[in-house]
Design a protein around this ligand. Structure first.
Ligand code: 2AM
Ligand code: CA
Ligand code: CA
Ligand code: CA
Length: 266
C-alpha cells in the first residue's frame, strides 16, 4: 500500500518549485514547436517541467512508474503499481498566448485505483487537490459535495469546435440542442482547469471529445471526491491509458445530459 502522506508531501513541494520555474520563464521567450498539427503546440518549458518531475520521482521513488505527455516518462503499458500521470502544462496555447489559464496536472494511481489528484494554477498559486476517500480542496478550503441542478440553470464548459461538424460526434442531435437549453457556455482552453471548475461549482458540466490520460488523470480524482461524475459519452468508465470522449458533471445533471442529449447521437 502506497505511503500517500509521503507522496503528497513531495508532490506539493515539487509543484511549488516547478510553478516558480514556469513563472520565472516569463522573463524569456519560450521556444515554441508544433507537434501533430500547426495548432498543437509544445514549448521547451513544457519539456523542462516534465523532465523536472520525472527526475525528482525517479530519484525519490525509483519503483514508481510515470506517464507524461511529453514522453519523458516510461510509457507504461499497464496500470499495476504506482503510476504518476503528468501533464506539465495543460493549456499550452494559453501559456504561449496569455501567460495564464494553464495548469500543472498530476494524477497518482495505485493498481488503477485513484490515490492523489493535483491541479495547480502556477500563476495565481491556486492548488486544487484530493486524496481518494478524503475529499477535495481548493488551497486549504474543503470543497462541499456537489448538488443536483436542472439543465436550464447549468453553465457548461465546451469548446466551440465540437459544435461544428467533426469526425467524433454529430452535433446536430446532441451538443447543439444542449447548448440551446443550458444557461450558458464557457471555454477555458485547459481541460484540467475545466475539471476543477466543475469540482468547485464554477461550471456545472464539461464536455469534450478527446482527452488523453494526462489531461484528465488529476482532475478526475478531484471531481469524484466531491461527488461529480466523470465518464465517456455513454456513461461508461474512462480507459485510463487511452484517449476518451468525456462528460464531467454534477450528479443528476450528468445522467440527464447523457440521456436527453448525447445518447441521441450514439
Ligand atoms: P494541452 O495544452 O496539454 O495540449 C484545450 O486545447 C485542451 O485540450 C487542453 O487541455 C489541451 O491540453 C487539450 N488537448 C489535447 N489534445 C490537444 C491537441 N492535439 N491540440 C490542442 N490541445 C489539445
Ligand atoms: Ca499538448
Ligand atoms: Ca493537456
Ligand atoms: Ca500539456
Amino acid at each position: 500500500m502506497a505511503n500517500w502522506t509521503l507522496i503528497d508531501k513531495h508532490a506539493r513541494a515539487w509543484l511549488q518549485e516547478a510553478g516558480k520555474r514556469i513563472v520565472s520563464s516569463f522573463a524569456t521567450t519560450p521556444e515554441i514547436m508544433t507537434k501533430t498539427n500547426p495548432n498543437d503546440l509544445v514549448t521547451n518549458i513544457d519539456q523542462e517541467t516534465e523532465q523536472f518531475f520525472t527526475e525528482k520521482i525517479r530519484e525519490t521513488f525509483p519503483d514508481h512508474h510515470i506517464l507524461g505527455e511529453e514522453g519523458f516518462g516510461d510509457e507504461p503499458t499497464g496500470l499495476s503499481g504506482i503510476i504518476w500521470i503528468i501533464d506539465p502544462i495543460d493549456g499550452t496555447t494559453n501559456f504561449v498566448h496569455q501567460q495564464r489559464n494553464f495548469m500543472i496536472s498530476i494524477g497518482i494511481y495505485e493498481n488503477g485505483e485513484p490515490g492523489l489528484g493535483f491541479v495547480y494554477d502556477v500563476v495565481y498559486q491556486e492548488l486544487y487537490h484530493a486524496r481518494a476517500g478524503e475529499g477535495a480542496y481548493w488551497n486549504d478550503k474543503k470543497l462541499p459535495a456537489l448538488e443536483e441542478l436542472p439543465v436550464e440553470k447549468a453553465l457548461i464548459g465546451i469548446n466551440s469546435t465540437w459544435l461544428v461538424s467533426n469526425r467524433l460526434i454529430d452535433p446536430k442531435e446532441t451538443l447543439i440542442p444542449l447548448v440551446k437549453d443550458v444557461r450558458g457556455t464557457r471555454s477555458y482552453g485547459s481541460a484540467a482547469l475545466e475539471f476543477v471548475f466543475v469540482a468547485t461549482g464554477r461550471l456545472d458540466a464539461y464536455i469534450t471529445m478527446r482527452l488523453s490520460p494526462w489531461d484528465f488523470a488529476g482532475g478526475k480524482i478531484i471531481v469524484e471526491e466531491v461527488g461529480g461524475k466523470v465518464t465517456n459519452l455513454k456513461g461508461e468508465p474512462l480507459k485510463m491509458l487511452e484517449r476518451n470522449p468525456i462528460v464531467v458533471a454534477r450528479p443528476g445533471l450528468h445522467e440527464k445530459i447523457i440521456q436527453k442529449y448525447l445518447s441521441k447521437g450514439l
